[in-house]
Every structure is written in C-alpha cells, then in structure tokens.
Ligand binder design. Structure first.
Ligand SMILES: [Ca+2]
Ligand SMILES: [Ca+2]
Ligand SMILES: [Ca+2]
Length: 203
C-alpha cells in the first residue's frame, strides 16, 4: 500500500515538474500565431443626405476587423504569454455617436463548464479598462459583443487598445484559447444646415 501511494505521489510530482496543462493540445508555439494584420483605416460608408426644412442629415458607418487566428478551433491557439495586444483606429466625426459595438469570436474558452476556482480566465480590455471575460466552453466557438460607446467617447487618441489577457491567472502553460477576429463598428448621426453646403461657383 505504501508503495502504491509512493508511486502515485511520484507520478504527481513528475506531472507537476513537466508543467501540466489543462488542455488536450500540447503547445506548438512555433507557427501557431498568424502575424497581426495591420488594421488600417476604418472602412467608412456614408448615406446620401436627406434635407427637411433646411436641415440635412446623414449617417456614417465605420467597420474595422482584425484577423487574429482560426479558422479551426486550434489554429492560432494562444497561451498565457501570447495575449492579444493590438489597436483599432478610433473613428471620430463631428456628429453624434449613435452606437459603437466591439465583437470578437473565439474558441475553447474553458470557463462556463469549469469550477469557478480553476476556470480559464481570458480578460478582455478595450481602452484602459477590462470590460469582460470570455464566456465559453471546452472546444466551442462563441461570439461576444459589447456596447463600447462610452469607451469611444472617452478615448482621446487616434487609436484605441484591444487586449485579451489569455489565461490571466497563470504564468505557465495551463489554459489556451483561439481568437478568430475582433471587430469594431460605429454608427454616427450627422446633421447640418442646408446653408452649410458648399455651392460650387459656376465658371
Ligand atoms: Ca496572459
Ligand atoms: Ca479546452
Ligand atoms: Ca481553453
């Protein structure tokens, strides 16, 4: 009996020494992560102005998407030391910001199906503050979206930081996650007096 306990203890010690991971996949860090795509300027569309009683209004929509991994659940698997740390350009117009929506799609965030004490914590940050954690399950794809209007209005720079602190509670290979993309969509309501339209001089 003593021998059996000893063997078990030895096994545990060896597993611990090797840095046991909670994931089925072993780390393959060499080619796992695609290089960051430069997000570039936001794709911007504008509706034709509609003028009523000398007031014209139109809508501006911007969309940016950052490719971060995938398409497979384990294509671009990120561990504790492979956080997403990138930037969106911050769209800004002299108009009212109607909505700003940040979305991201990810796979294998072992959170909902794990005990709270050991669950995978992938912390999402937009601008200077953490806004949420990935709520997902083992081997499952999920999409999450957030209203980030306040963060956009508060941001002063030309870009705004987007971070996923992968497996925030570990500093060795334990949990891992794949992030497919992150996107930012903004919608602006613009109004101006008809008189402000520049009339081209007839030559
Ligand atoms: Ca991390
Ligand atoms: Ca998993
Ligand atoms: Ca995971």
């Amino acid at each position: 009996m003593k021998f059996a306990i000893c063997l078990f203890a030895l096994g545990c010690a060896l597993m611990f020494a090797a840095g046991a991971s909670a994931e089925d996949m072993l780390p393959d860090d060499k080619d796992a992560l695609a290089p960051f795509e430069d997000v570039g300027p936001a794709e911007t569309t504008q509706t034709a102005p509609i003028c009523v009683d000398d007031i014209c209004s139109y809508t501006i929509t911007t969309y940016q998407e950052i490719d971060l991994g995938g398409p497979g659940c384990y294509d671009g698997y990120r561990w504790w030391n492979e956080d997403v740390n990138t930037y969106f350009s911050d769209p800004s117009f002299s108009c009212r910001l109607r909505s700003a929506t940040l979305c991201t799609r990810f796979c294998d965030a072992d959170f909902l199906d794990q005990p709270a004490s050991t669950a995978e914590l992938d912390v999402v940050q937009f601008g200077p503050y953490a806004i949420d954690i990935f709520k997902g399950e083992n081997g499952q794809w999920e999409q999450m979206c957030w209203d980030v209007r306040t963060q956009i209005l508060d941001n002063n720079g030309r870009s705004i930081q987007f971070v996923v602190n992968v497996d925030a509670t570990h500093n060795s290979h334990y949990w891992a996650v794949t992030v497919d993309y992150a996107s930012l969509k903004t919608v602006w309501d613009c109004r101006y007096p008809l008189a402000d339209i520049e009339i081209q001089a007839i030559p």
